[in-house]
Design a protein around this ligand. Structure first.
Ligand code: PDD
Length: 314
């Protein structure tokens, strides 16, 4: 077969936002991202049989790392995949990844799949899991996003019933967010059976009658690492927070809608389905929590770490 018969139709270059020489990790080895290759028989490729984490790093400090590690271990247990590294080794891996990158603010992406085997839905025991990590530069949400907020649309939540697992099986999330992007929005807010669950790649918070409302910790949404943080920050700001099911009516009457994730941190959603949320501006609850979020980063990711990590012996 002519190996290049499809080439003319597709862009085959390395994704331009990624540095092909940036250092990645694959199964015990640090190597250039462009050199990292996995088998076509990898169950991650064939079945999306794996889990992942996205860890934000500020000034070379992994933010809330212990919580990410706990969720990673929980996700592995939930899919019956024996944790391939000890907690110390995960921590060491993340620190080494950070040190290998030229940027101070970054994301470490970790993915663990069940490994390669003859294709069969049921999995053989004793497979060697594939452990992969890569880093990308973190361009934090800028002033414009903070001041204007983001646009969202609502879509049906068509995912499976274990959304609490940080699974790489993200097709329904992918399609929901693509729909948002095609409609000029940043995020899709998912609604299942009359319940606002979360965003396609974020958690959604509503302010209703002065109270901050989040989805309960259950199987219908991913408990973001920002859950615990926002609970803590809300307490510190004297805001009442409840985790309870929110209806589309709650969404319609919310005075503020917020979104949180590792990559978006905490931002306001100021328009939904092309209609403004309240006055169409980020509100006072957002302003308070946003300031507290920045302070938490300042406190937990001190500049001191930068000097240490940047030194050749650090
Ligand atoms: N997504 N819910 C979903 C479905 C998510 O994909 C994410 C994060 C969150 C927020 O989780 P956290 O606060 O731990 O980032 C909630 C990541 C960033 C991603 O897939 O890229």
């Amino acid at each position: 077969m002519n190996a290049s018969f499809l080439d003319h139709a597709f862009d085959l270059s390395f994704p331009e936002q990624l540095d092909p020489k940036s250092i990645a990790y694959l199964n015990g080895e640090f190597l250039a991202l462009e050199e990292a290759k996995v088998s076509v028989l990898d169950r991650g490729f064939l079945f999306a049989d794996g889990i992942y984490e996205v860890v934000p790093v500020y000034r070379r400090n992994p933010f809330l790392w212990k919580n990410h590690l706990r969720r990673l271990v929980r996700s592995l247990a939930a899919i019956q995949l024996a944790c391939p590294l000890s907690e110390e080794d995960w921590t060491e891996l993340v620190h080494q990844m950070i040190e290998h990158q030229p940027f101070d603010d970054q994301f470490i992406y970790l993915q663990i799949t069940r490994g390669s085997a003859r294709r069969d839905h049921a999995f053989p025991q004793k497979l060697r899991p594939t452990v992969f990590a890569m880093a990308t530069e973190f361009h934090r949400p800028g002033q414009a996003d903070r001041e204007n907020g983001l646009k969202a649309i609502t879509v049906d939540d068509e995912r499976w019933l274990r959304c609490d697992i940080k699974s790489v099986a993200l097709l329904a999330n992918v399609l929901a967010r693509q729909k948002a992007v095609e409609q000029g929005a940043h995020e899709a807010i998912l609604i299942r059976d009359g319940v606002v669950t979360e965003g396609a790649s974020s958690n959604i918070w509503l302010v209703v009658a002065g109270e901050l409302l989040g989805h309960p910790r259950n199987n219908l949404a991913l408990e973001g690492i920002r859950y615990g943080l926002i609970e803590e920050l809300a307490k510190g700001c004297g805001l009442k927070l409840s985790l309870r099911e929110r209806s589309p009516d709650d969404l319609a009457r919310a005075s503020e809608v917020l979104l949180s994730s590792a990559t978006k941190e905490l931002l306001a959603i100021t328009s939904i389905n092309q209609a403004p949320v309240a006055q169409g501006q980020p509100g006072p609850v957002f302003q308070k929590l946003r300031a507290a979020y920045d302070k938490a980063i300042e406190m937990q990711c001190p500049r001191a770490q930068l000097a240490k990590a940047a030194s050749p012996t650090g």
